[in-house]
Design a binder for this molecule. Structure first.
Ligand SMILES: [Zn+2]
Length: 407
Protein backbone atom coordinates (compact mmCIF):
# COMPACT_ATOMS: atom_id res chain seq x y z
CA UNK A 1 0.00 0.00 0.00
CA UNK A 2 1.38 3.43 -0.93
CA UNK A 3 1.09 6.53 1.25
CA UNK A 4 -1.53 7.75 -1.20
CA UNK A 5 -3.65 4.62 -0.96
CA UNK A 6 -3.31 4.71 2.78
CA UNK A 7 -4.47 8.33 2.96
CA UNK A 8 -7.49 7.64 0.75
CA UNK A 9 -8.40 4.65 2.89
CA UNK A 10 -8.21 6.58 6.17
CA UNK A 11 -10.01 9.62 4.72
CA UNK A 12 -12.90 7.43 3.63
CA UNK A 13 -13.56 6.41 7.22
CA UNK A 14 -15.90 9.06 8.61
CA UNK A 15 -14.46 10.17 11.96
CA UNK A 16 -16.09 13.56 12.45
CA UNK A 17 -16.14 14.59 16.10
CA UNK A 18 -19.34 15.99 17.58
CA UNK A 19 -19.27 19.12 19.77
CA UNK A 20 -22.83 18.45 20.98
CA UNK A 21 -21.45 15.38 22.79
CA UNK A 22 -18.24 16.94 24.03
CA UNK A 23 -18.86 15.70 27.56
CA UNK A 24 -18.20 12.14 26.36
CA UNK A 25 -14.93 10.95 24.82
CA UNK A 26 -15.05 9.97 22.06
CA UNK A 27 -17.79 12.42 21.16
CA UNK A 28 -18.82 10.21 18.23
CA UNK A 29 -18.69 6.42 18.22
CA UNK A 30 -17.64 6.33 14.57
CA UNK A 31 -14.13 7.38 15.56
CA UNK A 32 -13.73 3.80 16.78
CA UNK A 33 -14.07 2.67 13.14
CA UNK A 34 -10.68 4.14 12.33
CA UNK A 35 -9.18 3.38 15.74
CA UNK A 36 -9.85 -0.35 15.25
CA UNK A 37 -8.19 -0.33 11.84
CA UNK A 38 -5.15 1.47 13.22
CA UNK A 39 -4.85 -0.87 16.18
CA UNK A 40 -4.81 -3.86 13.85
CA UNK A 41 -2.28 -2.24 11.56
CA UNK A 42 0.04 -1.39 14.45
CA UNK A 43 -0.06 -5.02 15.54
CA UNK A 44 0.69 -6.20 12.02
CA UNK A 45 3.63 -3.80 11.92
CA UNK A 46 5.13 -5.50 14.95
CA UNK A 47 4.35 -2.95 17.63
CA UNK A 48 4.00 -4.15 21.21
CA UNK A 49 1.51 -3.26 23.93
CA UNK A 50 -0.96 -2.01 21.34
CA UNK A 51 -3.96 -0.63 23.18
CA UNK A 52 -7.28 0.79 22.07
CA UNK A 53 -8.91 2.10 25.23
CA UNK A 54 -12.51 2.91 26.06
CA UNK A 55 -11.98 6.60 25.21
CA UNK A 56 -10.77 5.70 21.72
CA UNK A 57 -7.07 6.38 22.24
CA UNK A 58 -4.69 4.06 20.38
CA UNK A 59 -1.18 3.49 21.74
CA UNK A 60 1.66 1.32 20.51
CA UNK A 61 5.35 0.73 21.24
CA UNK A 62 8.08 -0.28 18.84
CA UNK A 63 10.94 -1.85 20.82
CA UNK A 64 14.46 -0.56 20.30
CA UNK A 65 16.92 -2.45 18.11
CA UNK A 66 19.94 -0.77 19.70
CA UNK A 67 22.24 -2.27 22.29
CA UNK A 68 22.52 0.97 24.28
CA UNK A 69 19.61 2.98 25.55
CA UNK A 70 18.49 6.30 24.08
CA UNK A 71 15.59 8.67 24.63
CA UNK A 72 12.11 7.30 23.88
CA UNK A 73 10.51 9.37 21.13
CA UNK A 74 6.80 9.50 20.34
CA UNK A 75 4.66 10.51 17.38
CA UNK A 76 1.04 11.57 17.75
CA UNK A 77 -1.78 12.35 15.33
CA UNK A 78 -5.52 12.80 15.76
CA UNK A 79 -8.13 10.60 14.12
CA UNK A 80 -11.17 12.89 14.16
CA UNK A 81 -12.08 15.45 11.51
CA UNK A 82 -13.55 18.90 12.09
CA UNK A 83 -17.27 19.29 12.86
CA UNK A 84 -17.32 22.38 10.59
CA UNK A 85 -17.83 20.38 7.41
CA UNK A 86 -19.05 16.94 6.40
CA UNK A 87 -16.65 14.02 6.52
CA UNK A 88 -19.17 11.51 5.19
CA UNK A 89 -18.47 9.72 1.92
CA UNK A 90 -15.15 11.44 1.22
CA UNK A 91 -14.18 10.94 -2.44
CA UNK A 92 -10.56 12.06 -2.84
CA UNK A 93 -9.17 12.86 -6.27
CA UNK A 94 -5.58 13.18 -7.42
CA UNK A 95 -4.35 16.09 -9.51
CA UNK A 96 -1.23 14.69 -11.13
CA UNK A 97 0.40 18.03 -11.88
CA UNK A 98 -1.26 21.10 -10.43
CA UNK A 99 -1.25 23.93 -12.98
CA UNK A 100 -1.54 26.71 -10.41
CA UNK A 101 -5.01 27.71 -11.65
CA UNK A 102 -8.42 27.49 -9.96
CA UNK A 103 -9.40 23.90 -9.13
CA UNK A 104 -12.93 22.94 -10.15
CA UNK A 105 -14.01 20.50 -7.46
CA UNK A 106 -17.54 20.15 -8.82
CA UNK A 107 -20.16 22.20 -10.68
CA UNK A 108 -20.63 24.61 -7.79
CA UNK A 109 -17.43 24.44 -5.76
CA UNK A 110 -14.16 25.88 -7.00
CA UNK A 111 -10.90 26.35 -5.12
CA UNK A 112 -10.08 29.87 -6.26
CA UNK A 113 -6.49 31.03 -6.22
CA UNK A 114 -7.79 34.51 -5.38
CA UNK A 115 -9.06 33.03 -2.09
CA UNK A 116 -5.98 30.86 -1.47
CA UNK A 117 -3.04 32.74 -3.06
CA UNK A 118 -0.51 30.63 -1.13
CA UNK A 119 -1.55 27.65 -3.30
CA UNK A 120 0.12 29.24 -6.31
CA UNK A 121 3.41 28.00 -4.89
CA UNK A 122 2.19 24.44 -5.29
CA UNK A 123 2.27 24.65 -9.08
CA UNK A 124 3.70 21.47 -10.55
CA UNK A 125 2.97 19.44 -7.41
CA UNK A 126 0.84 16.33 -7.12
CA UNK A 127 -2.19 17.11 -4.98
CA UNK A 128 -5.02 15.21 -3.38
CA UNK A 129 -8.25 17.20 -3.29
CA UNK A 130 -11.94 16.59 -2.51
CA UNK A 131 -15.00 16.37 -4.73
CA UNK A 132 -16.25 19.57 -3.10
CA UNK A 133 -18.95 17.94 -0.99
CA UNK A 134 -16.80 17.04 2.04
CA UNK A 135 -13.57 18.01 3.68
CA UNK A 136 -10.61 15.78 2.86
CA UNK A 137 -9.48 14.84 6.36
CA UNK A 138 -5.76 15.27 5.69
CA UNK A 139 -6.13 17.09 9.02
CA UNK A 140 -4.99 14.90 10.56
CA UNK A 141 -5.06 11.65 8.64
CA UNK A 142 -1.99 12.81 6.71
CA UNK A 143 -0.27 12.83 10.11
CA UNK A 144 -1.42 9.28 10.77
CA UNK A 145 -0.21 8.18 7.33
CA UNK A 146 3.20 9.81 7.84
CA UNK A 147 3.63 7.88 11.10
CA UNK A 148 2.33 4.58 9.70
CA UNK A 149 4.56 4.81 6.63
CA UNK A 150 7.58 5.36 8.89
CA UNK A 151 6.63 2.21 10.81
CA UNK A 152 6.29 0.30 7.54
CA UNK A 153 9.76 1.45 6.57
CA UNK A 154 11.19 0.34 9.90
CA UNK A 155 9.58 -3.06 9.51
CA UNK A 156 10.98 -3.47 6.01
CA UNK A 157 14.41 -2.22 7.12
CA UNK A 158 15.18 -3.98 10.40
CA UNK A 159 18.78 -2.78 10.09
CA UNK A 160 17.69 0.89 10.42
CA UNK A 161 18.82 1.86 13.92
CA UNK A 162 16.13 3.11 16.25
CA UNK A 163 15.49 3.41 19.95
CA UNK A 164 12.13 2.92 21.66
CA UNK A 165 9.40 4.43 19.48
CA UNK A 166 5.98 5.41 20.78
CA UNK A 167 2.86 6.00 18.72
CA UNK A 168 -0.41 7.58 19.81
CA UNK A 169 -3.61 8.29 17.90
CA UNK A 170 -6.18 10.49 19.62
CA UNK A 171 -9.89 11.28 19.25
CA UNK A 172 -11.72 14.62 19.53
CA UNK A 173 -8.84 16.99 18.86
CA UNK A 174 -11.11 19.20 16.79
CA UNK A 175 -13.44 19.83 19.71
CA UNK A 176 -10.60 20.55 22.10
CA UNK A 177 -10.60 17.23 23.94
CA UNK A 178 -7.75 15.48 22.15
CA UNK A 179 -5.62 15.12 25.25
CA UNK A 180 -8.36 14.88 27.85
CA UNK A 181 -7.76 11.18 28.49
CA UNK A 182 -4.32 10.91 26.93
CA UNK A 183 -2.37 8.58 29.19
CA UNK A 184 1.16 9.97 29.39
CA UNK A 185 2.36 7.12 31.62
CA UNK A 186 1.10 4.51 29.21
CA UNK A 187 2.56 6.40 26.26
CA UNK A 188 5.90 6.44 28.08
CA UNK A 189 8.02 8.75 25.90
CA UNK A 190 10.71 11.26 26.82
CA UNK A 191 9.44 13.66 24.20
CA UNK A 192 7.11 13.52 21.22
CA UNK A 193 5.80 15.29 18.15
CA UNK A 194 2.25 15.93 17.01
CA UNK A 195 2.12 15.54 13.23
CA UNK A 196 -0.72 18.01 12.90
CA UNK A 197 0.61 21.02 11.03
CA UNK A 198 0.36 22.15 7.41
CA UNK A 199 3.41 22.30 5.22
CA UNK A 200 6.18 19.81 5.96
CA UNK A 201 8.74 22.56 6.64
CA UNK A 202 6.68 23.70 9.60
CA UNK A 203 7.93 23.39 13.19
CA UNK A 204 5.67 24.91 15.84
CA UNK A 205 6.85 25.29 19.38
CA UNK A 206 4.81 28.28 20.43
CA UNK A 207 1.07 28.60 21.03
CA UNK A 208 -1.21 31.13 22.61
CA UNK A 209 -1.66 31.42 26.33
CA UNK A 210 -5.39 30.90 26.63
CA UNK A 211 -8.13 31.78 29.06
CA UNK A 212 -11.88 32.13 28.97
CA UNK A 213 -14.23 34.55 30.69
CA UNK A 214 -17.91 34.32 31.50
CA UNK A 215 -19.44 37.71 32.24
CA UNK A 216 -22.88 37.68 33.85
CA UNK A 217 -25.29 40.59 34.14
CA UNK A 218 -28.09 40.82 36.65
CA UNK A 219 -30.99 43.09 35.70
CA UNK A 220 -34.22 44.19 37.33
CA UNK A 221 -37.25 43.29 35.26
CA UNK A 222 -40.36 45.36 35.50
CA UNK A 223 -43.26 46.18 33.16
CA UNK A 224 -41.85 48.53 30.49
CA UNK A 225 -44.83 50.83 30.94
CA UNK A 226 -43.86 51.63 34.50
CA UNK A 227 -40.13 51.10 34.23
CA UNK A 228 -38.92 54.67 34.64
CA UNK A 229 -35.95 54.86 37.04
CA UNK A 230 -36.59 51.27 38.10
CA UNK A 231 -35.79 48.84 35.32
CA UNK A 232 -32.26 47.57 34.91
CA UNK A 233 -31.99 45.90 31.52
CA UNK A 234 -29.33 43.19 31.72
CA UNK A 235 -29.29 42.59 27.96
CA UNK A 236 -28.64 46.27 27.35
CA UNK A 237 -25.81 46.46 29.88
CA UNK A 238 -24.28 43.41 28.24
CA UNK A 239 -24.17 45.17 24.86
CA UNK A 240 -22.68 48.26 26.52
CA UNK A 241 -20.06 46.08 28.18
CA UNK A 242 -19.05 44.58 24.85
CA UNK A 243 -18.92 48.05 23.26
CA UNK A 244 -16.63 49.23 26.07
CA UNK A 245 -13.93 46.71 25.06
CA UNK A 246 -11.20 47.75 22.63
CA UNK A 247 -12.30 47.10 19.05
CA UNK A 248 -8.69 46.56 17.92
CA UNK A 249 -8.30 43.61 20.30
CA UNK A 250 -10.63 41.31 18.35
CA UNK A 251 -9.63 38.35 16.17
CA UNK A 252 -10.86 40.29 13.13
CA UNK A 253 -8.26 42.97 13.77
CA UNK A 254 -5.25 41.01 14.97
CA UNK A 255 -2.55 38.80 13.44
CA UNK A 256 0.91 37.32 14.06
CA UNK A 257 1.82 37.85 17.71
CA UNK A 258 -1.12 40.07 18.57
CA UNK A 259 -3.52 38.59 21.08
CA UNK A 260 -7.25 39.15 21.28
CA UNK A 261 -10.43 39.18 23.33
CA UNK A 262 -13.12 37.31 21.43
CA UNK A 263 -16.83 37.41 22.16
CA UNK A 264 -18.01 34.01 20.97
CA UNK A 265 -21.39 33.73 22.59
CA UNK A 266 -24.13 35.84 24.10
CA UNK A 267 -27.58 35.37 25.48
CA UNK A 268 -29.81 37.55 27.54
CA UNK A 269 -33.03 39.29 28.39
CA UNK A 270 -34.04 42.05 30.77
CA UNK A 271 -33.56 39.91 33.85
CA UNK A 272 -30.16 38.44 33.07
CA UNK A 273 -27.53 38.19 30.37
CA UNK A 274 -24.31 36.30 29.78
CA UNK A 275 -21.35 37.05 27.51
CA UNK A 276 -18.80 34.34 26.75
CA UNK A 277 -15.26 35.34 25.83
CA UNK A 278 -12.02 33.65 25.00
CA UNK A 279 -8.80 35.53 25.67
CA UNK A 280 -5.57 34.76 23.83
CA UNK A 281 -2.01 36.06 23.77
CA UNK A 282 1.40 34.53 23.11
CA UNK A 283 2.77 36.79 25.84
CA UNK A 284 1.76 35.77 29.35
CA UNK A 285 1.92 39.31 30.69
CA UNK A 286 -0.26 40.62 27.88
CA UNK A 287 -2.79 37.89 28.54
CA UNK A 288 -3.00 39.08 32.15
CA UNK A 289 -3.51 42.64 30.92
CA UNK A 290 -6.42 41.50 28.77
CA UNK A 291 -8.00 39.74 31.74
CA UNK A 292 -7.60 43.02 33.62
CA UNK A 293 -9.45 44.95 30.89
CA UNK A 294 -12.43 42.60 31.23
CA UNK A 295 -12.38 42.87 35.04
CA UNK A 296 -12.07 46.67 34.96
CA UNK A 297 -15.03 46.96 32.58
CA UNK A 298 -17.03 44.86 34.99
CA UNK A 299 -16.10 47.12 37.92
CA UNK A 300 -17.00 50.15 35.83
CA UNK A 301 -20.60 49.03 35.30
CA UNK A 302 -20.98 48.08 38.94
CA UNK A 303 -19.87 51.60 39.86
CA UNK A 304 -22.14 53.25 37.31
CA UNK A 305 -25.20 51.35 38.53
CA UNK A 306 -24.22 51.63 42.18
CA UNK A 307 -24.75 47.93 42.72
CA UNK A 308 -23.43 44.62 41.51
CA UNK A 309 -24.96 44.26 38.07
CA UNK A 310 -21.92 42.48 36.63
CA UNK A 311 -19.83 39.51 37.75
CA UNK A 312 -16.95 37.91 35.92
CA UNK A 313 -15.35 34.51 36.11
CA UNK A 314 -12.03 33.93 34.35
CA UNK A 315 -10.42 30.58 33.81
CA UNK A 316 -7.04 29.64 32.32
CA UNK A 317 -7.34 27.14 29.50
CA UNK A 318 -3.76 26.38 28.41
CA UNK A 319 -0.40 28.14 28.57
CA UNK A 320 2.04 28.78 25.73
CA UNK A 321 4.13 25.60 25.37
CA UNK A 322 7.21 27.65 24.52
CA UNK A 323 7.80 28.39 28.19
CA UNK A 324 8.36 24.67 28.81
CA UNK A 325 10.10 23.85 25.52
CA UNK A 326 12.72 26.50 26.22
CA UNK A 327 13.63 24.59 29.37
CA UNK A 328 13.55 21.23 27.57
CA UNK A 329 14.71 22.10 24.04
CA UNK A 330 15.73 18.62 22.84
CA UNK A 331 12.64 17.82 20.77
CA UNK A 332 12.70 21.19 19.05
CA UNK A 333 16.47 21.13 18.48
CA UNK A 334 16.37 17.70 16.84
CA UNK A 335 13.48 18.69 14.56
CA UNK A 336 15.27 21.89 13.50
CA UNK A 337 18.41 19.92 12.68
CA UNK A 338 16.47 17.35 10.64
CA UNK A 339 14.39 19.90 8.70
CA UNK A 340 17.42 22.08 7.93
CA UNK A 341 19.38 18.98 6.96
CA UNK A 342 16.67 18.20 4.41
CA UNK A 343 17.16 21.65 2.94
CA UNK A 344 13.97 23.21 4.24
CA UNK A 345 13.57 26.82 5.19
CA UNK A 346 12.00 26.04 8.56
CA UNK A 347 8.65 27.74 9.08
CA UNK A 348 8.62 28.55 12.79
CA UNK A 349 5.67 30.84 13.41
CA UNK A 350 3.72 31.17 16.63
CA UNK A 351 0.51 29.17 16.33
CA UNK A 352 -2.57 31.36 16.68
CA UNK A 353 -4.33 28.69 18.65
CA UNK A 354 -3.41 25.68 20.70
CA UNK A 355 -2.17 22.24 19.78
CA UNK A 356 -2.64 18.92 21.51
CA UNK A 357 1.11 18.97 21.95
CA UNK A 358 0.82 22.19 23.96
CA UNK A 359 -1.39 20.45 26.50
CA UNK A 360 0.95 17.45 26.65
CA UNK A 361 3.97 19.70 26.98
CA UNK A 362 2.43 21.42 29.96
CA UNK A 363 1.64 18.01 31.46
CA UNK A 364 5.30 17.02 31.20
CA UNK A 365 5.70 15.52 27.73
CA UNK A 366 7.57 18.04 25.54
CA UNK A 367 5.72 17.94 22.22
CA UNK A 368 6.22 20.44 19.39
CA UNK A 369 4.15 20.18 16.21
CA UNK A 370 5.26 19.19 12.72
CA UNK A 371 3.52 19.37 9.33
CA UNK A 372 2.34 16.50 7.17
CA UNK A 373 1.65 18.32 3.90
CA UNK A 374 -2.01 19.30 4.10
CA UNK A 375 -3.67 22.69 3.72
CA UNK A 376 -6.99 24.62 3.69
CA UNK A 377 -8.21 22.49 6.58
CA UNK A 378 -11.80 22.12 7.82
CA UNK A 379 -13.60 22.57 4.52
CA UNK A 380 -14.08 21.37 0.94
CA UNK A 381 -10.95 23.18 -0.29
CA UNK A 382 -8.69 21.00 1.81
CA UNK A 383 -5.79 19.39 -0.04
CA UNK A 384 -2.70 17.35 0.61
CA UNK A 385 0.60 17.74 -1.23
CA UNK A 386 1.56 14.13 -1.82
CA UNK A 387 5.30 14.81 -2.06
CA UNK A 388 5.22 16.62 1.27
CA UNK A 389 3.38 13.76 2.91
CA UNK A 390 6.20 11.45 1.84
CA UNK A 391 8.73 13.95 3.16
CA UNK A 392 6.90 14.00 6.49
CA UNK A 393 7.62 10.29 6.79
CA UNK A 394 11.25 11.05 6.00
CA UNK A 395 11.28 13.69 8.75
CA UNK A 396 10.01 11.12 11.24
CA UNK A 397 12.63 8.56 10.18
CA UNK A 398 15.41 11.13 10.40
CA UNK A 399 14.31 12.24 13.86
CA UNK A 400 14.35 8.59 14.92
CA UNK A 401 17.82 8.20 13.49
CA UNK A 402 19.08 11.38 15.20
CA UNK A 403 17.86 10.06 18.52
CA UNK A 404 19.43 6.64 17.85
CA UNK A 405 22.82 8.25 17.29
CA UNK A 406 23.05 9.11 20.96
CA UNK A 407 23.60 5.40 21.68
ZN1 LIG B 1 -5.56 18.79 13.17
Amino acid sequence: MSAEERLIRYCQVDTQSDPSHEDVTPSSQKQFDLAKILKEELEELGLKDVVLDEHCYVYGKLPSNLSGSVKKVGFIAHMDTAPDFSGTNVMPRIIECFDGEDIVLNDTTVTRMSDFPQMKELKGKRLMVTDGTTLLGADDKAGIVAIMEALVYLKEHPEYPHGEIRVGFTPDEEIGNGTKYFNIEQFDADFAYTMDGGTVSELSDETFNAASAVVKFQGFSIHPGSAKNKMINAARIATQYQQALPEYMTPEHTEDREGFIHLHGMQGNVESAVLDYIIRDHDKQKLEEKKEILKKACEYFNTVYGKQVCTIEIRDSYPNMKSVLQEKPEAVDIAWKVLEGMGFDVVNEPVRGGTDGAMLTIRGLPCPNLGAGGGNFHGPYEYCVMGELEQATEVILKIISEVAEEA
